[in-house]
Design a protein around this ligand. Structure first.
Ligand code: F3S
Length: 282
């Protein structure tokens, strides 16, 4: 039996950075909080809780904070949220992914110069809400083709278009083409991060040759669910598991290929445990 593990499985650069920051801060003297769960992974959040890190999940919980350290998530926060966090008196550690931070800076600068801001992405996603909060001018969020077609600028100046980092690159291009056809004065900044696309493409390749494909991810993680969906199309025997305990063993051994990939919020220790058990039990 051959095991093929995706090189892009698990944490992307931004998530790894954010998680490392929280672990580093957890060793300090004062209370440490994260503004929302640092990643969609229960095991990591629980491990951090054991080290004294508390997740702030509501305004009421934030209001109770008196000093200590608050770490923001890789998705980033709006300017107003950042200011609110600082007003608690806590030291605010910005763990926003640098790729997301770059979007904040672009939106802040371009809107200050009078550009209208358009974000191509999901308006309910915390990353998009955070980006909106850096604009000095009203923002339009376009999430589908219909919205791209019906979009009417508020003025006749420049329109700065950015994307949610995990947005589908082909759809982004299509929406930009729709806006350009109208002859609008567009400054298009492609802010899509390739980490998600690369993870999906590699998972698809491995699932194509695998007899059994294992996708590791938290049940609440949408990028892991997407990976499962992609792999399932290529390999009917695809298992979606949270840890090695969920592995379903084949009836008897086998010479086939077992592929392994993992969502962006899965730490390398969990991937290694799965590899070990697959090797021992399949
Ligand atoms: Fe950053 Fe890309 Fe990950 S934007 S958080 S490295 S998916």
């Amino acid at each position: 039996m051959k095991i093929v593990t995706a090189e892009s499985a698990g944490f992307c650069f931004g998530v790894r950075k954010a998680v490392d920051i929280v672990y580093r801060e957890a060793g300090g003297p004062g209370p440490v909080y994260t503004y929302g769960p640092i990643i969609h992974n229960q095991a990591v959040v629980e491990d951090l809780e054991k080290k004294g890190v508390r997740v702030l999940r509501s305004e009421e919980e934030l209001a109770e904070v008196k000093g200590g350290v608050i770490v923001t998530r890789s998705h980033g926060v709006s300017r107003a949220e950042e200011e609110r966090l600082r007003r608690t008196g806590a030291r605010v550690v910005d763990a926003t992914c640098p790729f997301v931070k770059r979007i904040h800076r672009t939106v802040e600068k371009e809107s200050a110069q009078g550009s209208e801001i358009v974000i191509i992405g999901n308006p309910d996603h915390p990353e998009v809400k955070g980006i909106m909060g850096w604009s000095h001018t009203p923002v339009t969020v376009i999430s589908n083709e219909e919205e791209a077609r019906s979009y009417i600028p508020r003025g006749d100046g420049q329109i700065c278009v950015v994307a949610q980092t995990t947005f589908n690159a082909n759809k982004f291009k299509d929406f930009i083409a729709i806006l350009q056809q109208r002859g609008y004065n567009i400054l298009c900044v492609n802010t899509i991060c390739s980490a998600t696309h690369e993870r999906q493409a590699e998972a698809r390749e491995i699932a194509r040759i695998a007899d059994t494909m294992i996708v590791i991810g938290d049940s609440s993680s949408s990028n892991s669910a997407k990976l499962y969906e992609i792999c399932r199309k290529e390999c009917p025997d695809t298992q979606f598991i949270q840890s090695w305990r969920d592995l379903q063993l084949p009836p008897a051994g086998g010479d086939g290929v077992v592929g392994i990939t993992a969502g962006a919020s899965v730490p390398s220790t969990i991937i290694e445990e799965v590899q070990l058990h697959v090797r021992a039990e399949f």
